[in-house]
Each structure stands twice: as structure tokens, then as C-alpha cells.
Design a protein around this ligand. Structure first.
Ligand SMILES: Cc1cc2nc3c(=O)[nH]c(=O)nc-3n(C[C@H](O)[C@H](O)[C@H](O)COP(=O)(O)OP(=O)(O)OC[C@H]3O[C@@H](n4cnc5c(N)ncnc54)[C@H](O)[C@@H]3O)c2cc1C
Ligand SMILES: *[C@@H]1O[C@H](CO)[C@@H](O)[C@H](O)[C@H]1NC(C)=O
Ligand SMILES: *[C@@H]1O[C@H](CO)[C@@H](O)[C@H](O)[C@H]1NC(C)=O
Ligand SMILES: CC(=O)N[C@H]1CO[C@H](CO)[C@@H](O)[C@@H]1O
Length: 436
């Protein structure tokens, strides 16, 4: 093989997408630097769910050895009625993840995942510049300036600057702020040690499960985390926004959370009594962007910057992780400056449809899971009880075989192989001349 000089790539943001992209691009042979606004590599919120075909990406990138011991594998998914706690759905998670999709379903504390990704990136030689908020981007050079006055010039800028991305407006040529969904969530973790011995909680605090409650204009989700800080129960309580306009995140209290969910499963209210810290998060989404690539072909969006979605399916960062695998993959196979436009186009093509579909499904799942009490909700519950298990054509996506195969079965690496094979076959010309 000819000796191709690597790209010099600057990644904006050390979120889950940014760090995974840095690892993936570095493994593809490129030189990667990351600039991050925060003074320390932090993490937002508490737990995160990593579904099979994104755990596949992390394993393939070698991140598993940094995080494995902090991962729990939920045995099943339970969906319950908000007030009574009556079980409406119970489907296995751990076993199908391993058997059918070939990669585990993980629950992990974001701090542990973040630290693992950062260690993996640093071990690969990625340089991380903290406390360097990007204040200006020149997409043509491409270069960027941070608030410290430092200027970084590269061959390519990969913007994973999240929901409030400034790069997104540069790519689209106009502001494109996120859209509030009208909902918020309370995010809470409680060490299970504090809850031991309380009646009725055993199943919630000792068995690794994915527990959901459906209720009027809201949902609850709990799962266990096994972090460096010991075992914790993670709660995500979603409801219509009860925050003052203009406030998007704030420290809240157990009193607020209990008030918002006062008619819900008393087990959760009991757990809330033991919460020390309660955070409120306003939930946003983005309109689908017409493109993720700046016309210069030297600035590209990934992660929430490209496709922020509602968290109702727990797929936001999973999509960013898949993006990273694909972007690294195309830039491994198309590594020369003349092929950069084609490489980015292929990345976008492989990702836009999938993320749009998952975004749509995530929004739909809000309406299915949050019906107010009434005939429609009764019919839903009766349907769920009459149709247990995972099957083709199930009305609820989380029980529809086809939908799950599509979501969890997605193999970023196979998709990439397929795209390259198809492209070569169609053109019978070298890959660098494709997709013009
Ligand atoms: C309540 C809730 C629960 C969720 N649960 C799940 C789940 O279970 N599973 C799942 O897959 N997803 C989940 N998500 C979605 C997931 O959190 C996001 O999709 C994911 O964190 C996005 O990662 P990212 O790297 O794209 O962006 P971010 O994590 O937002 O990272 C962006 C980074 O860029 C930095 N940055 C921003 N601007 C600049 C700048 N100008 N200069 C330099 N740096 C900058 C930020 O400081 C930050 O570090 C959930 C989301 C919410 C709100
Ligand atoms: C619940 O949500 C629906 C749809 O957004 C809304 O019309 C209704 O007012 C909400 N109900 C309450 C009690 O807020
Ligand atoms: C499932 O997802 C599809 C989009 O992929 C959507 O059209 C459908 O309404 C969703 N169903 C439910 C119950 O959320
Ligand atoms: C649709 C798809 O790509 N599914 C893949 C998910 O992962 C398993 C295990 O590697 C593959 O066998 C599937 O093809």
C-alpha cells in the first residue's frame, strides 16, 4: 500500500459522540485532537442504556475493556401501569441481545462510560484540550478559535458539540435552535444501600431490569447501575414541563418530583424519600437537518449536533456511537484528500435515514406510552395484556420483532461493507469516483 499521510482531525466536544468518534477516527489511522468547552471532562445526568448494536461498536473499538466491569445487563423489560404497578409488558432483554443480536444490552453510569472512553482515546494518542470553548469556526480552511484565543487548523472538523451546537448553524448557514417538546424529566440516583430492607422494593433494587411505567402525560423509568460509587437505582421521571420559561436545567428537590408524580406507584414515591439530589431537565428535539456536511466538505456534524432526539426510546447517544463507527469506517477506506467529499457524503447517506427513523419512532413512543386515563388507554392496556411477548406486527414498537431487529440488529460495520460493495458493483470504477 502507498503511504498515505493521515488526516489531522479536530473533534469539537467530549460528549459520548465526540469521544467515540475520536477513538474511531484514531483507529482509522488519523491524527485526532479534541477541544472541549468544559474545564473538566464531565458527564451529564446519571445512567445510560447502551443497546446491542452500539455495544457492538464499543466492543469493536476496544472500549469494552475499559468499561465492562461497570456494565449491568438487564434481564428483561417491564412496562407497568402508573398507579397500580400492574405489569402490562414483560419481555426478555439480556438473552435476545446476546443470542439474536450478538452483543449485550448494557446499563452504565455515564461517569464510568465517559472515563472509559476518555482513557481509551488518550491511550490511542488523542490530545484533549479542555477549557477551550469554540467561539468561531472557519469551515473553509477549516479552522477554529477558542475562547482562550487558541487557533486550531485541521484537514477536517468533526462537530459533536451536542444539542446546542454552534457548528450546526455554520453547516446550515442559519440558526437552527433545538425545539422544546413541552416535557421535562427529573433525573435521580439513589444508592440501593439506603433502600435495603424497605418493604416492596426488593425487585426494583436487587434485580437488573429495565422498569417502565406508563401514565397520563408522563412515564417513569428505573434501572440499576453498578458504578465506582457502588450500586444505585437510576430514575428518569418524565412529565409535562413544570419549569420557568428560559430555564432548561436546574437543581430540584424530592418534594417537587413527588408532587409531579403524586398519583404514581407508591414504591417510587418511597424511593424518592431517600433521594439527595434531584435534577430537572427540559427535553428538546431538532428538526431534521437538510444536510450534516458544510459545502466546504471540511466540517461535518455527528451525534446530537446532527440529530438530537427525544429520549423516549433511549437511543440518542446510541445513534451518536453508530455515527462514529460509520465516520471512522469511511475515513479508513477513503483516506485521501481527493476522496474526502465522497467519504462524507457516504457517511451522511448511511446515517440520515436511520437517525430520522429512530427520531420518528422515539416521538411516536411518547404518545403510545403517555395516554391519559380513558378508553384509548384501556384499549392499549388490554391489547398489551392480550399480546404478550415479542412478535411481528405488534402495535408497540418495543414488542415488535421487526422494529427491534432493525433497531438493535443494526450492524454499522456490515452496513459499511454493503455500501462499499454496492458502490463498486454499480460503477465498476474505483471507489474514489463514486457519488459525484
Ligand atoms: C433524560 C435523558 C436520558 C437519556 N437517556 C439515554 C439513554 O439511555 N441512551 C441513549 O443512547 N441516549 C440517551 N439520551 C440521549 C443522550 O444523552 C444524548 O444523545 C448524548 O449524550 C449526546 O451526545 P453528544 O456527544 O452528541 O452530545 P453531548 O453529550 O451534549 O456533548 C457535547 C459536548 O460538546 C461540548 N461543547 C458544546 N459546545 C461547545 C463549544 N462551543 N466548544 C467546545 N465544546 C463544546 C459540551 O461541553 C459537551 O461536552 C438521554 C437524554 C436525556 C436528556
Ligand atoms: C396532556 O397532554 C395533552 C397533549 O399534549 C394535552 O392536550 C393535555 O392538556 C395534557 N393534560 C394535562 C392534564 O396537562
Ligand atoms: C413505531 O415506529 C414507527 C416509525 O418507525 C411509527 O410509525 C409507529 O407509529 C411507531 N409505533 C409506536 C407504537 O410507537
Ligand atoms: C441488521 C444487522 O446488521 N444485524 C446484525 C446485528 O448484529 C448481529 C451480530 O453481529 C449480526 O449477525 C446481524 O447481522
Amino acid at each position: 500500500m502507498v503511504n498515505i499521510p493521515p488526516y489531522h482531525i479536530i473533534v469539537i466536544g467530549t460528549g459520548l459522540a465526540g469521544l467515540t468518534a475520536a477513538i474511531s477516527l484514531s483507529k482509522a489511522g488519523h491524527n485526532v485532537e479534541i477541544v472541549e468547552a468544559a474545564p473538566a471532562v464531565g458527564y451529564i445526568g446519571a445512567g445510560i442504556q447502551i443497546s446491542p448494536n452500539s455495544s457492538r461498536v464499543l466492543r469493536k473499538l476496544g472500549v469494552d475493556k475499559y468499561i465492562q466491569k461497570y456494565c449491568l445487563e438487564p434481564i428483561d423489560l417491564k412496562m407497568m401501569s402508573y398507579h397500580s404497578g400492574n405489569v402490562l409488558v414483560e419481555t426478555p432483554l439480556k438473552e435476545p441481545a446476546l443470542q439474536r443480536y450478538g452483543s449485550p444490552y448494557w446499563h452504565i453510569h455515564r461517569a464510568d462510560l465517559h472515563r472509559g472512553l476518555l482513557e481509551a482515546a488518550i491511550d490511542l494518542g488523542v490530545k484533549v484540550y479542555l477549557d477551550n470553548r469554540v467561539v468561531d469556526i472557519d469551515p473553509y480552511k477549516p479552522s477554529l478559535v477558542t475562547k482562550t484565543g487558541a487557533k486550531f487548523t485541521a484537514d477536517l472538523i468533526v462537530a459533536s458539540d451536542g444539542l446546542w451546537s454552534i457548528a450546526r448553524a455554520v453547516v446550515l448557514g442559519k440558526p437552527s435552535p433545538p425545539v422544546p417538546t413541552g416535557q421535562m424529566c427529573f433525573r435521580i440516583t439513589v444508592p440501593t444501600k439506603k433502600l435495603e430492607g424497605l418493604t416492596g422494593l426488593d425487585d426494583l433494587i436487587t434485580v437488573a431490569r429495565n422498569n417502565h411505567w406508563f401514565g397520563p402525560n408522563g412515564t417513569m423509568l428505573t434501572y440499576l447501575l453498578e458504578g465506582v460509587h457502588g450500586t444505585m437505582i437510576n430514575l428518569v421521571l418524565t412529565c409535562d414541563a413544570r419549569m420557568p420559561d428560559g430555564v432548561n436545567q436546574r437543581i430540584s428537590s424530592k418534594k417537587e418530583a413527588k408532587e409531579a408524580f403524586k398519583d404514581w406507584d407508591p414504591r417510587i414515591l418511597k424511593i424518592l424519600d431517600y433521594a439527595d439530589e434531584v435534577l430537572e431537565w427540559r427535553l428538546f428535539t431538532h428538526k431534521e437537518a437538510p444536510t450534516w456536511i458544510h459545502e466546504s466538505n471540511k466540517l461535518v456534524l455527528i451525534g446530537d449536533a446532527a440529530h438530537a432526539m427525544t429520549p423516549y426510546l433511549a437511543q440518542g447517544s446510541a445513534m451518536g456511537i453508530e455515527d462514529s463507527a460509520i465516520l471512522g469506517g469511511v475515513l479508513a477506506r477513503l483516506p485521501t484528500p481527493d476522496t474526502l467529499p465522497q467519504a462524507l457524503k457516504l457517511y451522511e447517506k448511511l446515517r440520515v435515514k436511520r437517525t430520522a427513523k429512530v427520531t420518528a419512532a422515539s416521538i411516536d413512543s411518547r404518545w403510545f406510552t403517555q395516554m391519559p386515563d380513558g378508553p384509548e388507554q384501556k384499549a392499549r392496556d388490554e391489547y398489551l395484556l392480550a399480546n404478550p411477548g415479542i412478535m411481528n406486527g405488534h402495535k408497540h414498537n418495543r414488542s415488535d420483532q421487526q422494529f427491534l431487529d432493525d433497531l438493535f440488529g443494526y450492524n454499522a460495520f456490515d452496513e459499511l461493507d454493503k455500501a462499499f460493495k454496492e458502490a463498486v458493483f454499480r460503477s465498476k470504477r474505483p471507489i474514489s469516483h463514486l457519488m459525484e
